[in-house]
Design a protein around this ligand. Sequence first.
Ligand code: FA5
Length: 366
Amino acid sequence: MTDITSQTEAALAAIAAAGSLDALEAERLETLGKKGWVSLALKTLGGMSPEERTAAAPAIQSARAAIAEALDAKKAALEAAALEEQLARETIDLTLPAVAAPKGSVHPVSQVMDELAEIFADLGFAVATGPEIEDDWHNFTALNMDETHPARAMHDTFYFPDKTNEGRDVLLRTHTSPVQIRAMLDQGAPIRIIAPGRVYRSDSDATHTPMFHQVEGLVIDRDIHLGHLKWTLETFFKAFFEREDITLRLRPSYFPFTEPSVEVDVGYSTEGGRRVVGGHGDAPGHAWMELGGSGMVNARVLEFAGLDSKEWQGFAFGLGIDRIAMLKYGMNDLRAFFDGDPRWLQHYGFSPFDQPTLSAGVGARA
Ligand code: FA5
């Protein structure tokens, strides 16, 4: 009995003194391990008479319980200390200046998309999205361009020759206008959305690339007219170019999905070889530049999208994002946008810390 008591005290002292998990494991093997003295003592109970067992068992069992508890507590303490030590060793100094980190920059197209979303959000527009791999029903048919419509040929479409989706031809969307159809089918009316994104046409020169960006705008409600369209675009361009002297010209045009249709031109002048937006396009030294298409949504398009055209009407517009980015930030070759040249990005890119906000001015400077 005294033997067990003193052995237990020695074991508890050794456990308390264990300086590492390895030392603790050695102590566990010596006591509770298969050949440990506590396990061996427990085994001797089997060979005892019932009276002897009743006398000997409590001391052995309480020794086992005390040692097991001490082992668990010490293990938890050693593990916590190891974690503390690791955390202290692996500390990151957050006070290091950020300039020491590798430097990236935000592409002007991403920057302009953020600016667009900020300005239109302030006018009550939500951002909608649609797939870049579209079907010809959304991209053409529902926009009032049936299979034989000549406007389909004007879009230089990339088709997936071996693919169909529920019998529809599959293609890379040629404009963001199919998002109009998806938004109307999903949300019904009234509706007020913009849809920025990538579009694709097989077309390439200094002002055209096979992939480019558009932003679609769509407003459907009761009593919407062309005046609302002009006000919306003018308000947007004034905020975007950060000048009050923006003059827009709506030039009669044709799109199958709008009626009437107008092309949106903006007045600009040329200063030091750079185009600067502002002023009336017919004023001396000024000219007009096309930024996109727009018009009142064709009644047939509303019907394709499940809306009653006697109750609802609205306007839509589609602007070239790359073009307005070039104009705002003074680049002249669209192809450089997509070359991925780090020197170009270094020059024209934006700081990731420079989020456009209306209060701080959406026109961040590179
Ligand atoms: C359209 O794509 C119509 N979906 C716009 C629209 C929407 C009209 C809603 C009415 C209502 P368009 O093909 O003209 O229209 O293209 C619109 C703008 O995209 C152009 O003004 C131009 O700024 C830009 N754009 C067109 N093709 C290219 C290209 N290959 N590279 C860069 N920008 C382009």
